[in-house]
Design a protein around this ligand. Structure first.
Ligand code: AMP
Length: 177
């Protein structure tokens, strides 16, 4: 493990698992980065430094790894955390949004009263792949008339072009593959 002096150095803390969960996917296992205190705090500090002074109201994050990054980031920025979850997990009235995955589809939900008009938020997640998850989340937020200031990721898989899908919202990532 290397010293960490720039975001690129975080790559040495991410374990790559070929053909997981299925053939052809090179899975970025970020549990090894989460487990290292220096790498974890560097990641949060670097993401946080982009948004300090932005007067954000909330960090919105998607289960499950997004919750870990999103909550630490919200603590750093002094704002609240809003959870976007898979169907049936949130107990009150929800808006939901379904989107296509490589095979099949997925649905995400947010409490209808989680955000109000003009709330300023960022969406945080671990990996930007095709961008479907973040786009579905951004649409849920727009429906509640809150403002997506940007979408923020530890890593993006640039060859999947998720950044293009999220163009209306903006993308920031610390590292790119
Ligand atoms: P997507 O909606 O395609 O951008 O996929 C985003 C979600 O899938 C993220 O929450 C990631 O955690 C996960 N994901 C997709 N591809 C990978 C990968 N190669 N390695 C790790 N996580 C991935």
């Amino acid at each position: 493990m290397k010293n960490i002096s720039k975001p690129e150095d975080l790559k040495s803390y991410i374990r790559e698992i070929p053909d997981f969960p299925k053939k052809g996917i090179n899975f970025k296992d970020i549990t090894t980065l989460f487990a290292n205190p220096k790498a974890f705090s560097y990641m949060i500090d670097m993401l946080g430094s982009r948004y300090i002074g932005e007067s954000l109201d909330f960090v919105v994050c998607v289960e499950a790894r997004g919750f870990i990054i999103g909550s630490a980031l919200a603590y750093k920025l002094g704002c609240g955390v809003i959870l976007v979850r898979k169907p049936g997990k949130l107990p009150c009235d929800c808006n939901s949004n379904s989107y296509d995955l490589e095979y099949g589809s997925a649905t995400l939900e947010i409490h209808k009263d989680a955000l109000k008009e003009n709330d300023r938020i960022i969406i945080a997640d671990d990996v930007l792949a095709t961008g479907g998850t973040a786009l579905a989340t951004a649409q849920l937020i727009s429906e509640l008339k809150a403002e997506v200031v940007e979408t923020a990721f530890l890593a993006e898989l640039a060859f999947l072009n998720g950044r293009e899908k999220l163009k209306p919202y903006g993308v920031f990532s610390l590292i790119s593959y």
